[in-house]
Ligand binder design. Sequence first.
Ligand code: COA
Length: 162
Amino acid sequence: MSTPGRAPSHSAVEQNVYKIFPNDLNAEQTVFGGLVMALCDRTALIVAERHSGTICVTAAVDSLNFLSPARTGETLLVKASVNRAWNTSMEIGVRVVAENSRTGEVRHVVSAYLTFVGLDREGRPTSVPDVLPQTEDEKRRYRSAQVRRDARLRTRDSLRTI
Ligand SMILES: CC(C)(COP(=O)(O)OP(=O)(O)OC[C@H]1O[C@@H](n2cnc3c(N)ncnc32)[C@H](O)[C@@H]1OP(=O)(O)O)[C@@H](O)C(=O)NCCC(=O)NCCS
């Protein structure tokens, strides 16, 4: 019997918090991009595990956009939620803002979409529950996730024929 669908609120991470210290910086004295990418991947993984109830691996990361640099002393706040699920894969959207925790001022730093695949105990892709969007924002993300998936798989298939 397949697992019933789940609302995005079932698995969402509302706020993963990371305080930036000097050892997180690159040579330009802004936050190392790989650290922010890892933070996105880790947070999205939690969402994928909560939604699917299975082991999950990152299959693809796309549209990871660095919109502005983060600096020492700021706090990274990461939000992530599942946009849509297909047979064995799910798209998780992640948004990172940098907060000046003294003033409360926030700045959008990164947005990203990650695809995770649920695996069974033998490491084979296994089916995951549908996403049941409830709010207008969730419904919009649900629709746009299909457009991104079509583009991702088209690119993957074209590269296979080269
Ligand atoms: C991700 C992985 C499990 C897919 O395995 P596979 O043999 O290609 O499986 P399939 O072709 O049956 O695809 C399984 C699902 O992944 C999706 N998928 C595979 N590659 C994808 C890609 N590049 N982009 C988006 N989705 C992808 C497929 O669309 C399918 O989803 P669906 O069932 O919802 O339609 C496999 O490629 C893998 O193990 N990759 C390494 C993962 C990893 O190590 N990640 C980093 C550490 S966690």
